[in-house]
Ligand binder design. Structure first.
Ligand code: SF4
Length: 363
């Protein structure tokens, strides 16, 4: 009798949230597997992001900060949480939404409608820049010319520069992106698989580009993707976040897809695996004998580049000359004189180049 009473008391206790010990748990937290209530989930989710911001000195009071907004879940949750934290903790930031229109009919046009609604919902000014205006080409045009191979190389290179140009237009001090812990763990893995030491050494940095036109920060560096999905689903219906969840129609889903699946398998066995991979990336020491590319500026457009022309100018030149493979290492010659070397890269390296800069990463 006593034993069964004790057991039922224990069961009763285990039905309480393991953080507040007061309310009933409604979920098992993906990051820690703790059974917690809705209120505690919000609190730990937001507080962890706040601590990441504070400990890493991501912002200074009075700064203008652009949020790379694609209309997807990561950047939408980032815009919402950052606005909340800015208000709650008086960060003193001027926040903006910055979107890039790659010109992908049936995908980006729809997701941009979501960002336009976010502009009104959060009261954040929105700036949209299009590939068509910046480069004279949409991704639809590019895919028509080059097909569905290497399209993400063009898209990723153009987006990177477009975001910098948008940030300059908005005169912001920083750009924040919605890259989450899963994205970063995948990138560590991909850079190891590619033997890309230069990228490996910087892909776990919470702030990058401090020597470039605009520093970029990742406040979600330690935030699990599964928790970013849970967060809006638990908000009450008055606060439901409005985001777009369709994949890009040109997504190759190849190399990064394998890394993504591998990380998800590891996470199922051991949730900490994601944080441990990030930690491994952070702890990598680059041998001093490893030659790192030297940064200069593109002779054509003035953008940062370790070559005579930046990658965007090389790709654009190839497109405009009807030789799109010029810039992706499939043809010999070219202004930077490095294409011959690139054609000798193993097929796996070429594949990884195709898929690693996917826009579905929310920039
Ligand atoms: Fe661009 Fe991403 Fe679509 Fe590739 S999958 S074309 S990088 S938005």
């Amino acid at each position: 009798m006593e034993a069964s009473e004790g057991k039922s008391k224990k069961q009763g206790a285990s039905r309480l949230c393991c953080l507040c010990n007061q309310r009933r748990p409604v979920l098992k937290r993906p990051k820690t597997l703790q059974q917690i209530c809705k209120e505690c989930f919000y609190e730990v989710f937001e507080e962890e992001i706040h601590q990441v911001i504070v400990k890493n000195h991501l912002f200074k009071s009075g700064e203008r900060v652009a949020i790379g907004a694609s209309g997807g879940k990561d950047s939408t949750v980032l815009a919402y949480v950052l606005s909340e934290l800015n208000r709650r903790h008086s960060y003193g930031l001027d926040l903006f939404l910055l979107s890039i229109d790659e010109g992908i009919t049936g995908y980006r046009d729809d997701s941009l409608e979501t960002v336009k609604r976010n502009e009104l919902q959060y009261g954040l000014p929105l700036q949209i820049l299009s590939y068509k205006d910046l480069y004279g080409w949409t991704m639809d045009d590019i895919v028509k010319m080059i097909g569905l191979k290497n399209n993400c190389t063009f898209c990723g290179v153009f987006r990177r520069q477009a975001l910098d140009r948008g940030a300059a237009l908005l005169k912001v001090d920083k750009l924040v992106t919605g890259h989450n812990a899963d994205d970063i763990a995948e990138t560590v893995l991909l850079n190891i698989l590619r033997g890309d030491i230069a990228r490996l050494s910087r892909c776990t940095s919470i702030t990058t580009g401090e020597d470039g036109p605009i520093p970029r920060c990742k406040p979600f560096k330690y935030t699990y993707e599964k928790e970013i999905v849970i967060y809006p689903s638990l908000l009450n219906h008055f606060l439901k976040l409005d985001y777009f969840s369709t994949e890009c129609i040109y997504s190759p889903n190849a190399y990064r897809g394998f890394a993504r699946e591998f990380i998800k398998d590891l996470e199922r066995l051991r949730p900490r695996a994601i944080l441990d991979i990030i930690k491994s990336g952070e702890d990598f020491r680059i041998a001093t004998t490893t030659k790192m590319p030297e940064q200069g500026t593109c002779e054509r457009c003035g953008y940062i580049s370790s070559q005579k022309w930046c990658k965007a100018c090389v790709l654009l030149d190839g497109l405009n000359r009807g030789l799109p493979k010029m810039g992706i290492g499939r043809a010999r010659g070219g202004v930077n004189g490095d294409h011959q070397k690139e054609t000798k890269k193993p097929a796996s390296a070429a594949r990884s180049l195709e898929s690693k800069q996917c826009g579905s990463l929310d920039f």
